[in-house]
Write a protein that binds this ligand. Structure first.
Ligand SMILES: Nc1ncnc2c1ncn2[C@@H]1O[C@H](COP(=O)(O)OP(=O)(O)OP(=O)(O)O)[C@@H](O)[C@H]1O
Ligand SMILES: O=P(O)(O)OC[C@H]1O[C@H](OP(=O)(O)OP(=O)(O)O)[C@H](O)[C@@H]1O
Ligand SMILES: [Mg+2]
Length: 283
């Protein structure tokens, strides 16, 4: 049995649970139980605050964890990054009041910066030869300059709307972050085998993300032209239709490319185009 540490609620929770569900790993998300066994896969989920996930994995309380890169780097715990998961994308940035005329990093010399990420900030400031006064607070960082608690902040930015509503400007991006799957260094072979199966499933889910299965009817004399405008496909499937002179063409493409080629397909006489989501893909 593998134990996987997951955020109990917050920004990571939903995408993490969705990933497990797509990998067909059933776990009830009963809010009061902190340790829940899957009913159809040898894992149990330990629900924690995200701050505690790196340490629990490094120390072996959990075998695996899903945590933001920002939190993992900040905690400086020793665990293996097994896979980047592509969700909860954000960045850690320095921001200062909008009214300030920013002159570059040296502006922060001697200034007070509020943050929940002192280790990352300290390292960055040291590398850049700036001495600042780092003030640690655990939340509501963006209001610190407005209430006179600090001159600037170092915090998570995604859309930037929290900065805007607090009259702040982003002046430097220090690191980019996304959710990571991390693992304890000392898993035994039985646990590694379960991890391999889990990774196989995650791979299948991630490969299918944004992929569409496209089916269309094409005049048989245009099949070659249609195939030549279909991007990336290894080799589309071409089948005769019952109606003579027509063929059915099937392929898998990136959703983003679909809109580029749709008009070309129509020009070539493709009809009855169906676009179907792909759930899993084993390459
Ligand atoms: N606005 C955002 N957009 C995208 N990802 C984000 C955003 N805010 C946070 N994250 C990512 O999600 C992680 C968890 O954020 P959340 O705000 O839920 O943390 P928290 O308040 O510390 O939760 P906890 O109660 O578990 O300690 C962050 O460490 C970061 O990696
Ligand atoms: O750039 P934005 O899109 O505005 O996102 C950034 C904000 O999102 C997070 O907070 P969250 O909304 O999770 O609330 P919290 O402060 O309660 O953690 C983070 O702490 C920032 O404050
Ligand atoms: Mg936290």
């Amino acid at each position: 049995m593998l134990r996987i540490a997951v955020q109990s609620k917050g920004r990571l929770y939903e995408d993490t649970m969705a990933l497990l569900a797509e990998a067909d790993i059933k776990v009830s998300s009963s809010k009061r139980t902190l340790l829940v066994q899957s009913s159809n896969f040898p894992v149990e989920v330990l629900y924690l605050r995200d701050d505690d996930i790196p340490q629990s994995v490094a120390g072996g309380v959990a075998d695996l964890g899903i945590v933001g890169e920002n939190e993992f780097v900040e905690r400086e715990e020793d665990a293996v990054v097994v896979r980047r998961l592509g969700f909860s994308k954000c960045r850690l940035s320095l921001a200062i009041p909008k009214a300030v005329d920013y002159s570059g990093l040296s502006w922060f010399e001697g200034k007070k910066i509020a943050t929940s990420y002192p280790n990352i900030l300290r390292k960055f400031m040291k590398e850049n030869g700036v001495e600042a006064d780092i003030h640690v607070i655990t939340g509501s960082v963006e209001i610190a300059p407005g209430i006179g608690l600090a001159d600037g902040i170092f915090d998570i930015v995604s859309s930037g709307s929290t900065l805007v509503s607090n009259n702040l400007q982003e002046v430097a991006v220090v690191m980019k972050s996304e959710a990571l799957l991390i693992a304890n260094r000392n898993m035994d072979d039985a646990k590694k085998a379960i991890l391999d199966e889990l990774l196989f499933r995650i791979e299948a889910v991630k490969s299918a993300e944004d992929k569409k299965y496209v089916l269309m009817n094409v005049p048989s004399d245009k099949v070659k032209d249609v195939v030549s405008v279909l991007p990336g496909a290894k080799s589309p499937t071409v089948m005769p239709l019952a109606q003579e002179g027509w063929s059915s063409v099937h392929t898998v493409i990136d959703e983003s490319r679909f809109w580029e080629i749709i008009s070309k397909l129509k020009e070539l006489g493709a009809q009855g185009i169906l676009v179907v989501p792909v759930e899993k893909m084993i390459l």
